[in-house]
Write a protein that binds this ligand. Structure first.
Ligand code: ACM
Ligand code: ZN
Length: 766
């Protein structure tokens, strides 16, 4: 009888083994059993094996998240039993099982114990019982980091504690604290008090995007810094949660805040302010010995505060123009037989490394430290791509991979116009989930890749709520690719289902901001005989996408009777469907209304996207491009200019058609000969992104698509960024040629290159 019972248990367990648990990142091995542990809101932990501060942390978080009371008890009375073992392969691995009689954890180190508790904390679904489970878990990578820029915007220690709680929950083990930059020096250095009395404060901050013209500033003093005591408290707070803090002191570039405090450390010695805008600045630390001594003094204090083995010395984006013109730098080059300013930077970093090494620590720097030769013991943080990291690994240096294309969480996560302002770029959740820090690396060098890191620069993130929005849920994807080996990982759709089921409710309950961009339905456009067919499709299983029209002006409903009729008949899909359709008719007037696309799950609203639709005569009429748009900017293909969605300014990416040629030509077929009197074509002028206003637009019309007749020259309204043609015409075909500058002129951003031409939308009305 007993044998029979055991057999049933094993069969059920293996049947259920493929299930994914509620734990993020996904543990290496999970097996469910039919056992169950009933504890009714009360747990007792064998506290003799847990350091007091860790016990208090766990007790508080079990209570706060689940209202579960955890008490310290002897091993005999505990229902959470701990056993330290030395057999776990990785120092951070652990085993956790839930049986009828309680919870058992096997661990090998403090770190592994922290990880086991994080998993247990995510297993609780209620306060009374836990399903039987056996977990055996270990990380794929030893370095799992999150970086936060506290210079561009300043976050309080209390905010950083909340941030650390969240990254610890996802089993990250490093916090890369970006403490200095052009816009503010954030760590107290006792020997150089002006770093924080002057360098921690700026007089103004840029409003809006860096590339926006005209430039505007908010003229308000902004800043702050962390005292050494506060930094030590945060280090201890993080340590208790299994996280090591790695401080970053930028050199020789990104130094304007320090130079505002001590101008004698620059090449020109000119007094310049702490910067209130974003970008890369020419004034950097001079390479002279006096500056290097200053930085060594700073690092001595930093090393005394931070126990991390590794100290980040920056090294990125350091222009050489001041060094090229500086007699002090020239003298350093002559004395040390250096042939280029790249070699000078390498000399600078090697000198700093020698000092840091003499204190028993290691330096890590951004991949520019490869230029001119890598310092002998330096680790490399590869951000410009994977190439720098691969080159460093081949030189047998340790590497942390943080390529912009997978790891820069300051990029947009959706192209939807409602997204808050970001620096640019596009990094959706799914792309983060594809990150592999060892991709393209020969096997023999893989061991030099310590792991990866998510970077969060905060130029456009002034609050912790904005920081959270950019972190979550992309940080969950990052945690899983760094913790869970690829063959154990969920598929992307399973990962998103897990977010909806376990993680979004958690972030909601903790009042933590997060993005639901990953639930965005696809909006598909196709031409139909009658007009433009719009289809909203949810790509999340068990959800439904629906389209609703919103008319702010009820009179419009009467003016657009055909839209109304079709919406209600065609949009009426059953609840099980994941898509919904809408037919829009071309109209002789230009009328705008809003359209909401909603994704729901069993009636619960998961995501709403709002689009402003403008109807006109060309709506849904196909375009043939003689000059094809660049593949990065060609949303909605041949309907891209006639889909009713007018490109917004400032642009967020996916509504605009972008062309790399200086002359763009395309043809529109209206289907039949019609009368019209107005043509409008929108364009963009965003020099910061190398997108320049076209100089001219030529419109030709034809009845048969063979013989073309020029219209009058359209007006170029540079203020509204539109070409306008007002002429009574009758035609079926239009041929439009847009002419831009051949090359971007000297003195403008991107000088010498062909400008981008961005167009949207082509609106034709009676
Ligand atoms: C960097 O993003 N400049 C490291
Ligand atoms: Zn100099």
């Amino acid at each position: 009888m007993k044998f029979f019972f055991v057999l049933i248990l094993i069969v059920s367990a293996s049947q259920l083994a493929a299930q994914h648990s509620s734990i993020f990142p996904q543990p290496t091995n999970v097996e469910y059993t039919t056992e169950q542990f009933v504890f009714n809101g009360q747990l007792a932990l064998d506290s003799t094996k847990v350091p007091k501060k860790l016990f208090e942390y766990i007790q508080k978080s079990f209570g706060r998240i689940h209202a579960i009371h955890l008490e310290a008890s002897s091993a005999k009375n505990a229902n959470i039993q701990l056993q330290q073992v030395n057999t776990l392969v990785y120092t951070e691995g652990y085993q956790l099982s839930v049986t009828n009689s309680g919870i058992e954890i096997q661990y090998s180190s403090y770190q592994s114990l922290c990880n086991a508790f994080q998993s247990l904390n995510q297993l609780f679904q209620n306060q009374t019982k836990l399903a039987g489970i056996r977990i055996s878990d270990q990380p794929a990578f030893a370095y799992r980091g999150v970086h936060l820029d506290c210079s561009r915007h300043f976050f309080t220690i209390a905010e950083l504690e909340g941030f650390i709680d969240q990254i610890a929950r996802l089993k990250f083990n490093k916090f890369h604290w970006h403490l200095t930059d052009d816009q503010g020096w954030r760590i107290e250095i006792k020997k150089y008090p002006k770093l924080t009395t002057i360098g921690a404060w700026r007089d103004s901050t840029l409003i809006g995007h860096f590339s926006k013209q005209p430039i505007e500033y908010e003229h308000q003093k902004y800043g702050g810094f962390y005292t050494q005591e506060e930094a030590k408290e945060l280090i201890e707070y993080a340590r208790i949660r299994g996280i090591e803090i790695i401080p970053e002191i930028e050199m020789p570039g990104h130094a304007r805040a320090a130079l505002a405090a001590y101008p004698e450390l620059s090449c020109t010695e000119k007094q310049l302010p702490v910067v209130g805008t974003w970008g890369v600045f020419d004034d950097v630390f001079c390479s002279q010995e006096k500056t290097r001594t200053f930085l060594k003094d700073v690092l001595d204090e930093v090393i005394a505060i931070f126990p991390s083995q590794v100290i980040h010395i920056g090294g990125d984006e350091s222009p050489k123009v001041r060094w090229e013109a500086c007699p002090k730098c020239k003298a350093v080059m002559n004395e040390n037989q250096l042939h280029s300013t790249h070699e000078l930077q390498s000399f600078f970093i090697r000198d700093i490394e020698k000092h840091v090494n003499s204190k028993g620590r290691t330096i890590i720097g951004w991949d520019e430290i490869l230029e001119g030769g890598l310092a002998p013991n330096a680790q490399v943080m590869s951000w410009q791509g994977m190439e720098g990291g691969i080159a460093a690994a081949k030189q047998k240096h340790q590497v942390v991979m943080t390529p912009t294309s997978y790891c820069y969480l300051d990029y947009y996560q959706s192209g939807h116009p409602s997204e808050p302002l970001a620096i640019g770029g596009y990094l959706p959740l799914e792309k983060v989930y594809q990150f592999d820090p060892t991709k393209g690396i020969e096997n023999e060098y893989k061991r030099y890749i310590l792991g990866g890191q998510a970077n969060l620069w905060t130029e456009y993130l002034p609050t912790m709520s904005a920081v959270q929005y950019n972190l979550f849920p992309r940080l969950l994807a990052m945690s899983e690719v760094l913790w869970t080996k690829e063959d154990q990982r969920k598929s992307y759709p399973e990962f998103v289902q897990g977010l909806i089921k376990y993680q979004f409710p958690y972030y909601d309950s903790m009042n933590i901001n997060f993005s639901t961009a990953c639930l965005e339905p696809k909006l598909l456009f196709s031409k139909s005989e009658k007009g433009l067919m719009l289809e909203a499709v949810s790509n999340i299983e068990h959800t439904k996408a629906s389209i609703e029209l919103i008319f702010e002006n009820p009179a419009l409903i009467c003016e657009l009777p055909l839209i109304k009729a079709e919406t209600f008949s065609i949009g009426d899909y059953p609840d099980t469907s994941n898509h919904s359709k809408l037919l829009l008719y071309p109209l002789p007037i230009s009328a705008s209304f809003d359209l909401e696309v909603k994704v729901t799950k069993k009636g619960d609203l998961l995501r709403v996207n709002k689009y402003e639709i403008t109807t006109h005569l060309a709506l849904g009429k196909p375009i043939t491009f003689d000059t094809p748009p660049n593949e990065k900017y060609n949303a909605n293909g041949d309907l891209g200019l006639t889909d009713g969605i007018v490109g917004k300014k400032p642009w967020k990416g996916n509504q605009w058609l972008g062309f790399t040629e200086d002359t763009v030509r395309f043809r529109l077929d209206l289907g039949k000969k019609i009368k019209f009197g107005h043509v409008k074509l929108g364009y963009l002028n965003d020099p910061g992104s190398w997108i320049y206003a076209p100089e001219k637009c030529v419109i030709e019309v034809s009845k048969n698509g063979r013989k073309w007749k020029k219209t009058t020259v359209p007006d170029n309204d540079t203020l509204s960024e539109n070409f306008y043609l007002h002429e009574k015409l009758k035609a079926r075909h239009l041929r439009i040629t847009v002419i831009n500058k051949e090359k971007i002129p000297e003195g403008m951003t991107g000088a010498g290159f062909t400008p981008w031409t961005f167009l949207n939308e082509l609106i034709i009305t009676r």
